[in-house]
Design a protein around this ligand. Structure first.
Ligand code: SAM
Length: 241
């Protein structure tokens, strides 16, 4: 349903920094300052970011994976009644392994105006920094805790011929690299750690090399795993041509 011109309010999805608190756009700050309320994944987590930019005393409401289905209609009703509601997650782009999808779906279904601001995400930052082909890529979210499902996700990624991006926890990365190296030890692999933070590191190599490295240096911090198996195709530098 198209947004109704009579509705004065709106929902705005606002990306926030993934580590470096300076990574917030002017427009994001404008919206956060102007919003009637801010829906946060975790209000305690977001308070320091808001305080750093002089945003205080604003009503904050929790919107997380456990209450999004119930809370989305309430926020949509408030936007339809005229409120501007900013939506932020703990870090990065709302909706990317974070709450946001149901809210956008609800806005579309009810014809409620919404906007998405561009901004930081660990997915795109890791992709570009990995040096792996970025003209075609797939994002698989968090890899499963179950090793069988991880194996099938990685096997499909290797077969795709595209760069595949996954979120992985430091507790499972070794076991995931073992699976990956078992499937294709030569697969081009990158583990992007602590992006935009003081100890940001890109570990690049084959799956077997990274497995060996992390066996000797147990990994820490937030991380993104990227893998690419096919021969690099000709890489267009810009669209078309
Ligand atoms: N919505 C976020 C985004 O757009 O980047 C992702 C949220 S998801 C719940 C959190 C996962 O993203 C982490 O477990 C990690 O895999 C990845 N991540 C987030 N920030 C990161 C960082 N600074 N460095 C590396 N990985 C990060």
């Amino acid at each position: 349903m198209d947004p109704s011109p009579e509705i004065a309010g709106r929902i705005v999805l606002v990306p926030t920094p993934i580590g470096n608190l300076g990574d917030i756009t002017l427009r994001a700050l404008e919206i956060l300052r102007a919003a009637d309320r801010i829906a946060c994944e975790d209000t305690r987590h977001s308070a320091p970011l808001l305080a750093r930019h002089g945003i205080s005393g604003k009503p904050l409401v929790a919107l997380h994976e456990h209450n999004e289905a119930r809370r989305a209609p309430e926020l949509i009703a408030a936007a339809r009644a005229g409120e501007t509601i900013a939506v932020i997650s703990d870090a990065g782009m709302p909706g990317i392994s974070d709450p946001g999808y149901r809210l956008v779906q609800g806005c579309i279904e009810t014809g409620t105006p919404f906007e998405v601001l561009p901004g930081p995400s660990a997915v795109i930052t890791a992709l570009i920094g990995s040096g792996l082909p970025c003209h075609a890529f797939r994002f698989g979210g968090f890899l499963s805790v179950k090793s069988g499902k991880r194996r099938s996700a990685l096997a499909a990624a290797l077969e795709s011929g595209e760069t595949a991006i996954f979120f992985e926890s430091p507790h499972r990365i070794l076991s995931t690299l073992e699976i990956l190296a078992g499937l294709n030890p030569a697969a081009r692999t990158c583990v992007a750690r602590e992006l935009t933070k003081k100890f940001e590191t890109y570990h690049r190599g084959t799956a077997a090399e990274l497995l060996g490295y992390f066996q000797a240096h147990p990994p820490k911090g937030e991380m993104v795993l990227l893998v690419h198996a096919a021969e690099a195709r000709e890489t267009p530098t810009s669209g078309g041509g």
